[in-house]
Design a protein around this ligand. Sequence first.
Ligand SMILES: NC(=O)c1ccc[n+]([C@@H]2O[C@H](COP(=O)([O-])OP(=O)(O)OC[C@H]3O[C@@H](n4cnc5c(N)ncnc54)[C@H](O)[C@@H]3O)[C@@H](O)[C@H]2O)c1
Length: 374
Amino acid sequence: MTWRTLSEGGTFRVVVTKNLPGSRWLEILRQADCEVRVSTSRDVLSAADIKKEIGTRCDGVIGQLTERWDTELFSALKKAGGRVYANYAVGFDNVDVPAATAHQIAVGNTPGVLTETTAELAVSLTFAAARRIGESERYLRAGKFDGWLPDLFLGHRLHGATLGVIGAGRIGSAYARMLGSACHMNVLYYELFRNEPLEQYFEGLSRLLAKEGVRGPTCTRVETIEDVLRQANVVATHVPLFDATRHLINLERLRLMKPDAVLVNSSRGPVIDEKALVEHLKANPEFRVGLDVFENEPKLAPELTDLPNAVLVPHIGSATVWTREGMATLAAANIAAVLRDDPVAEELHVEDFLEGDCARLAPSIVNAKELVHG
Ligand SMILES: NC(=O)c1ccc[n+]([C@@H]2O[C@H](COP(=O)([O-])OP(=O)(O)OC[C@H]3O[C@@H](n4cnc5c(N)ncnc54)[C@H](O)[C@@H]3O)[C@@H](O)[C@H]2O)c1
């Protein structure tokens, strides 16, 4: 493995397991008096590679969702004097947070800068699946387009259709607002908690549209996931990956969905039983799916790539320049704040980190409360 020193000398030593976009993140670490070591490899680093670079002196690490951060790595980091691990992602299912807490290591993540970007990708997948963009583009590129036909690649109109959102947190709400505002889709959401701001947004939108004599879309929380699956024309999953959400969409639940429904997943692959999904797609050619994430990334379930009714992209939900630079900034700010003993932001305002002087706060430490009480 090749490593480069991006910032030489400093009170603290920080290891970064992938080079990150932008320059602000490095500036933040330099200002916090950190020496920065970055891996130049594009391969997923093994625990052994990471441990080797942590060595006997390392105060903090910025790591990736493709790495498994568990007791092995946290105990190596602790032994090297480490106090903070910053995940370069909002999701942290790759991190054993209790293991980090047991080693008194703070775990950072990067909420707030992925929300609209990931929701936009989910919207793109929704349109691409409903309007058969992948299939029709492949057809055209294969030289099969002989002229306009009344029945060429008929898909589904989204306007006024029913949108099912499973997990209406930051990204799920942004996705619902985008399709509710743009296509007047009526939202049914399944959530652990009622999302009043989302419901109020739809009420306000409907009041505005009523002035123009247009009936606005509705937004309703439903009691069970089955209610969403049975009624929605489009279902999108936006839940974090936990034991409780692994295979949340299984064969039994797929069979509850309308045979011509669209299913979109930009959360985490294991939320859907991918083998069951392949079986369902084969049995229901009118059923369509848009996937950004896969159960065993980067491997895909056998036959998935052969199915015309699947739109597949390689985990690019957060892949915009603004977001990836923002994630790097927040990850560096988490490291700098913990090493300087700065407090954790009570409410996250990302602009305080992205613009001007970076706030002397940690943007988001997921085990902050446990560390205090530990
Ligand atoms: N594809 C990508 O590149 C990409 C990018 C960003 C985030 N993500 C994934 O999206 C997830 C959601 O991100 P977010 O910022 O919106 O998180 P969030 O915490 O704001 O929202 C998640 C919501 O899911 C709800 N929830 C949890 N368990 C549930 C269950 N069993 N049933 C119904 N609802 C449940 C929570 O109450 C919460 O409101 C992340 O955890 C991450 O895994 C993927």
